[in-house]
Design a protein around this ligand. Sequence first.
Ligand code: ADP
Ligand code: ASP
Ligand code: MG
Length: 449
Amino acid sequence: MHGALNVAKFGGTSVANYAAINNCANIVINNPNTRLVVVSAAAGVTNHLVLLANTALTSQQIAELIENIRKIQFAILNELKNPSEVEDKLFSLLDELESYARHEEINFRDDLKDALVSMGERMSSLLVSAIVREHGAKVINFDVRKVLRTDDRYTEATPNLEMIAQLSQQLLLPELEHAIVVTQGFVGADDSGRTTTLGRGGSDFTAALLAEALGAQTCEIWTDVIGVYTTDPRITDRARPLPELSFEEAAEMATFGAKVLHPATMEPALRQNIKVFVGSSKEPSKGGTWIVRDCEHEPAFRAITRRKDQVLVTVKTPKMMYAQGFVAQVFEIIAKHKLSVDLITTSEIAVSFTLDNPPNSMSEKMNKETLLELSSICDVKVERDFDAVTVVGNNMHSVAGVSSQIFAAIADFNLRMICFGANVHNLSFVVDKNDSENVVKVLHAALFE
Ligand code: ADP
Ligand code: ASP
Ligand code: MG
């Protein structure tokens, strides 16, 4: 490759209809360094596909959901200048989609679920490539499964970095020399070539992984907001966009609920020092947030995030006071079931921890098998309906008054669990889901307004 390489990723709302995709095409064409474009499924499509994959439905219900998806794709197809160029391919993708959706084992086999759920990106990448081509560029639609190798943990696969780098250099890089390549986010393939997916919101992660594999200098995440804000602008209109963030701050925000970035997005960026830009595909002139290694300012408080649908698990044994290895045993079980723990607190005879369990996720996290196994060594209490709120900042453990300022602001709320000290970038606590919005608003007013 000559010159700097930029990878541009467009999310679901950015590719929701013809006009929105046209904005994306302009953004791509206006930056000659953009050779690789990663796209999500059109807004709403993945939710329909997840329903088809995970719910026992009547034939009529299946037909209705497929019809909804078809309408979204056809509305785009019908506005193309030359629909016949991609029509046949779109029809055959829809046929493939229908055959998975009607497969008798669809609700029971994770490999089939991933094959089905990947169809949204496969269709949108076809349509987006056609629209970028309308702007006069040479464009190819590339099947990401040729390079995005993962393990076979369907619905939440882990990328194989070495294979992705090797395959991307071999199969993807040469294509970038002579065309703009449009490919699918979120989707991968295991060693035997079966389709996998990276978990909901995974297209951001794909863009960062491919940027890393190709040695790109920058990675742009184009979405429906003009950058990363001090908190989710849907929670309060007082939230304001941040011009600059550090890798660590952004990673912390993504991990603790800022949906604008998939939690793993910053990992490849950090490893390869790739600058990440977040901006709005509708309003590119408004600028956005640059996420970089070294920021000019690293304030004590940078942002507030909320992570919804936390399951609070408390394991308790009277033996813990004397028994060594209880905590190790608990976490061995957690690890065996591949659950990821977010927050942990301990007391003498108990350990509490939170697990993420969002609706629309592909798998129920605190499943029966895990519960059963934990119950064999201790008392287990599982409580739902909590959200985690996190204040993200810098040197929080060493700046005087950080925690008191936070706790004074939210003195009226009941905090179920508090985590502070292990990480200099965050202070997190768990609150009742009905309180979390107000907690964020009150905190935002105290720390940022
Ligand atoms: P896309 O489909 O482009 O991936 P997402 O819906 O996944 O878009 O992410 C964008 C949304 O993230 C925004 O509309 C906003 O509501 C939400 N969001 C949550 N926290 C933040 C934050 N701190 N800054 C900006 N957006 C945020
Ligand atoms: N389409 C996928 C989802 O809705 C991936 C993504 O949009 O990033 O989760
Ligand atoms: Mg997203």
